[in-house]
Design a binder for this molecule. Structure first.
Ligand code: FHN
Length: 585
């Protein structure tokens, strides 16, 4: 017979009190709490940072033994199952003679990036700094024989750019105790010797030898136990109490949250504190010589406004070459972003998120006391109708040229008269001076509302795969293809904002000759079977955009990690253009 005990349902404190026992002691106050809170406030103001993935993988640069290797460049050792003894040889050839810490830090500063995070050790296990804990480091194992992190941290400090280190704590393909390398180390790992012999000492080194760190960026938490993570956190905070810790340390021991890579929440997201989107400029983090799939600066500036309006920071990656050069493709984009920020920075840095629900992709909003900034991402023509602001607007003007913008206000409806074309080709910011400090927003338009119809635009999705593209002219994603086990896909991230059951419409175009593939829309939890799936055929539309209702319902739960769209069967419909998926309650 099964006996159901209610013991585990009763909180321990209540149980002890009811049995006349003593309460467990209150947790000791965290001595780093004040420093952490202050650092978080600063981090929240910064909004935009530079991520750098730099390591031995920049030598093969996406090619192994003459063969192109799909996927992100820094994973080449794993993808090709390169034995440690062979991969290690790359160190003998690593000589980044063109590296200049000053140039890199200046590039970040000119791009308007307020902080920098660089890989001190990625999953390949190679330390890009001088380490006493492992000879497998840039000073002891390469002809370069210098510690570039010294120059870089000093160059950042000189320019007031916050400096932080990425450190892969759990995956380490160079060590038997590190997770990931099953080709050299097939037996079950015991992480203790690796943690004690490499991770803990190296984390101490990066915290001790490079001045004040703005943050430490752990990654892929994997198999570390709660106790091991506590030890790691304790070590960081005892050495540098103000050093922020990201959520990829694991077990919720973080100071701020990471979204998935290139994953932007679909709506304003402030419930779980400060967050950051790590993102690529092309389709890789570590340098790949053939990846010139640079994102459009319009897309990136729009994404910066989008992320900041939702409450996040944007950490945008560059992957330097093995010589120490940041590719010109990324420099060019960063220069454009920096120029835009010089003019429009007041609408980004130090702002608060949008108080509005974000209905489509025409605009995004950011706020400062007495000011509301409307980032016009899709030019609506000569009129912009904006609903939901109850505060009186005293003045409206473009940040790009200071020109006043005529408007009429009728209750909570504003109508702006715009020039026929955008004033700024990337994101025209319309600044509104409003009565009072905080904007007053009509109840129906507030952030956090869940309207009857909710559009998931292709622009807001993460584009998965090297081939897929977003086209601003048609406002759609196209070039879906299938590769071996996976196919290109769009992923949207609800971040617990969408729970419910929905009817679904799809808005797309497809040339007649290409129609006929099956498409698949699913709500998914990572690492588990899909929660719900809708499948249908891509019907011909004569190349015109049409909206079709699908059969069945899509279920989204608080556990849903993402909603995905792909063409899993074949790539006949690759030219299909997907504009949006509409969820109807
Ligand atoms: O596996 C890594 C990947 O190589 C890269 O470093 C990204 C950056 O966020 N983090 C991991 C995957 O999420």
């Amino acid at each position: 017979m099964k006996i159901r005990s209610s013991f585990c349902l009763v909180p321990v404190a209540v149980l002890l009190a009811s049995c006349g026992g003593t309460r467990p002691p209150a947790p000791a106050p965290d001595p780093s709490a004040a420093a952490t809170a202050q650092a978080l406030r600063q981090f929240d103001q910064m909004k935009f940072g530079m991520f750098i993935h730099w390591g031995l993988y920049a030598i093969p640069a996406g090619e192994w033994k003459g063969k192109y290797v799909r996927g992100i460049g820094e994973w080449i050792m794993f993808r090709e199952k390169i034995p440690v003894a062979e991969y290690e040889q790359l160190a003998r050839r690593f000589n980044p003679v063109k590296f200049s810490g000053d140039e890199w830090a200046q590039l970040a500063a000119d791009a308007g990036m307020k902080y920098m995070v660089i890989t001190s050790k990625h999953h390949d296990g190679f330390a890009m700094f001088k380490s006493q804990a492992s000879k497998y480091n840039i000073v002891d194992a390469t002809p370069f024989a210098r510690d570039p992190m010294k120059d870089l941290s000093a160059a950042c400090a000189k320019r007031g750019v916050g400096f932080g280190f990425y450190y892969s704590q759990d995956q380490d393909w160079h060590e038997a105790g590190g997770r990931g390398n099953t080709w050299d180390f097939p037996e079950q790992r015991d992480p203790r010797p690796y943690l004690e012999g490499k991770v803990f000492p190296q984390v101490k080194e990066i915290l001790g030898n490079y001045g004040t760190l703005a943050l430490i960026w752990f990654d892929t938490p994997g198999m570390l136990s709660e106790q091991q993570v506590d030890e790691l956190r304790g070590m960081v905070k005892s050495l540098q109490p103000s050093c922020l810790i990201n959520s990829r340390i694991g077990h919720n021991r973080h100071d701020y949250v990471q979204t998935g890579d290139n994953a932007i929440p679909i709506q304003v997201y402030t419930k779980e504190g400060k967050w950051e989107v790590p993102a690529t400029l092309n389709d890789t983090w570590g340098y790949k010589k053939n990846d010139r799939n640079w994102k459009d600066p319009r897309d990136l500036i729009g994404k910066l406004a989008d992320i900041v309006s939702k409450g996040g920071n944007y950490l945008l990656n560059v992957g330097p070459t093995a010589e120490g050069v940041i590719p010109e493709g990324s420099r060019k984009i960063l220069r454009i972003m920096g120029e835009w920020l010089k003019v429009n920075g007041e609408s980004i840095y130090g702002t608060s998120p949008s108080p509005f629900y974000l209905p489509d992709i025409t605009w995004r909003a950011t706020v400062k006391p007495g000011k509301l900034y409307l980032h016009i991402l899709n030019w609506p023509g000569t009129k912009l109708r904006f609903e939901g602001l109850e505060s009186q607007v005293n003045k409206a003007y473009f940040l790009a040229n200071g020109a006043a913008v005529p408007f009429r206000q009728n209750g909570a409806v504003l109508e702006f008269e715009l020039p026929a074309r955008p004033v700024d080709p990337y994101d025209t910011v319309l600044a509104l001076e409003i009565a009072g400090t905080e904007p007053k927003v009509s109840a129906a338009c507030r952030a956090g509302q869940l309207p009857g119809r909710l559009d998931l635009y292709a622009w807001v999705a993460r584009l998965r795969g090297e081939e897929i593209r977003y086209d601003w002219a048609t406002q759609s994603a196209t070039r879906f293809r299938r590769f071996e086990q996976e196919s290109n896909a769009l992923w949207w991230y609800p971040y617990k904002s969408l729970d419910g059951e929905y009817e679904v419409e799809i808005t797309y175009a497809c040339p007649d000759r290409a129609a006929g593939s099956r498409f698949r829309l699913a709500s998914e939890r990572r690492g588990a079977p899909p929660e719900s799936v809708l499948e249908d055929l891509v019907e011909p539309t004569g190349g015109k955009f049409v909206t079709r209702k699908l059969t069945g319902k899509l279920v989204v739960t608080p556990q849903t990690d993402h909603i995905s769209f792909d063409l899993p069967g074949d790539d006949r419909s690759a030219p299909m253009q997907l504009r949006k998926i509409t969820l109807i309650r």
